[in-house]
Design a protein around this ligand. Structure first.
Ligand code: TYD
Length: 135
């Protein structure tokens, strides 16, 4: 199940805030890879895929955007806009990201290295694999 995680925030008046994330501590996996999405264009959609085994944590480092999550049964839309809040996305979750504000930066912490064979990029295939898993 997806979950919103409150991340530690060290406020320092006058100099700014600091947030940190430790693998297996604040999130339920070791961080093996980090990527970020930026320079998005108005109306652009990202994602539209699911990872078969990879877990991730998505953080709006700057600006805001929406994430639609679909586990093959339920669909939920979540807005992220705070660098001290992360969205944990388990494996086998279809995700779509859109409505990026100007200058938005989407940070993604991931449980494994990039492997194209861990992607499901076809929604119909995702739905049938999710159904099989539930049996
Ligand atoms: P993709 O995951 O489809 O991006 P998004 O979900 O933002 O739409 O990846 C886009 C391209 O970048 C694709 O060709 C694979 C490549 N890529 C890597 O090489 N390494 C990575 O860690 C990621 C996330 C993508």
């Amino acid at each position: 199940m997806y979950k919103l995680i409150d991340l530690p925030k060290i406020p320092r008046s006058g100099v700014g805030d600091l947030t940190f994330i430790e693998g297996q501590n604040h999130i339920p996996f070791e961080i093996k890879r980090v990527y970020y999405i930026y320079n998005t264009r108005d109306g652009e959609q990202r994602g539209r895929h699911a990872y078969k085994t990879i877990q991730s944590l998505i953080v709006a480092l700057s600006g805001k955007f929406d994430i639609t999550l679909d586990d093959g049964r339920d669909r939920v839309k979540i807005s992220l806009s705070s660098p001290d809040c992360g969205l944990y996305v388990p494996a086998m979750t279809w995700k779509e990201l859109d409505n990026f504000s100007a200058g938005a930066v989407c940070l993604v912490l991931v449980s494994d290295l990039y492997r194209e064979d861990d992607y499901i990029r076809d929604y119909g295939v995702f739905i049938s694999e999710a159904r099989l898993l539930r049996r």
